[in-house]
Write a protein that binds this ligand. Sequence first.
Ligand code: MRU
Length: 356
Amino acid sequence: MKIEGKSYKTIWFKNNLVKIIDQTKLPHQFIIKDLKTVKDAINAIKRMEVRGAPLIGATAAYGLALSIIEKNDLSFLKKSSEELIASRPTAINLKWAVDRMMRKLSGVNNKDILKIALDEAKAITEEDVKFCKNIGLNGLKLIEDIANKKKDTVNILTHCNAGWLATIDWGTATSPIYHAYQKGIKVHVWVDETRPRNQGANLTSYELNEEGISNTVITDNAGGILMQRGQVDMCIVGTDRTLSNGDVCNKIGTYLKALSAKDNNVPFYVALPSSTIDWSIKDHKQIPIEERNSDELSHVEGIDENNEIKKVRIYPQKSKSLNLAFDVTPAKLVTGLITEKGICEASENGLKGLFK
Ligand code: MRU
């Protein structure tokens, strides 16, 4: 998608370097950063310079290629793969991408290993672009149906950033919105600010603005009243890990939006590529929920009137904080899953029907 009219992907490889857009600096500064070593890739994931389930998977894949460039040695590669998987615990795409890379590299000789690693990392990114595009085409039909019935602007609420910045291109939750807009359907997006890191306000609103899509940033607590007032036609969110029974783990606060949607008969959809499905665990209590530094809660960052980025504390130093990054929305609150293969019920039958 575009930034100041120029098309970008979120990650690419050039001259033995992995290039990323540093998302901790958006929307105030647009900075392309070089990752030179696997440690750089691990730190970029931990510090959330790259974020969003599909993008951290792709970064880990390229991180393994960087580890081979640094030291073409099997035990170093294995150690790198373990550190990459541990860099953020909740999004399954990270482990999915590392496991896929390690399977591809197993038994490969030292001479060929770098080329094979780079080709596979590129394949992961290209596949994600294709999958996200198809999620958009499948989700487009839902927006079209509402537009045809309503004959007016379709209002869509989204949480966090499941936009192109969280993937390689298109996004998951935003892809149907981009496709609808490109088809001439009038859409407006309610963007949850998504405390504490404000991915909605900082990233989703920014990328929608860059594409010319009408959007309004709202506080995380405003979705309920907007739904009661009939100002939300549908919700579309992303996910970091969806279980085979249809339970959806996503950014903290998603669950509360789903409850509110249910109470107000607003359809609640989750958009995901198959790389986000965890087929291995059956109980959401087994999902490792990331607990992040309390600094993210106690401080806010923004730009002042002199265009300087400032970080300020917002509550007493003495206060305790708990910063859980994700929650789980039970399948019964999810109207449907929008995947690259079609839309299905959030259930084992639904998912197995699409992914044999
Ligand atoms: O903590 P983040 O910003 O990495 O969380 C991202 C989300 O929760 C997204 O909704 C999810 O990864 C889906 S991205 C297409």
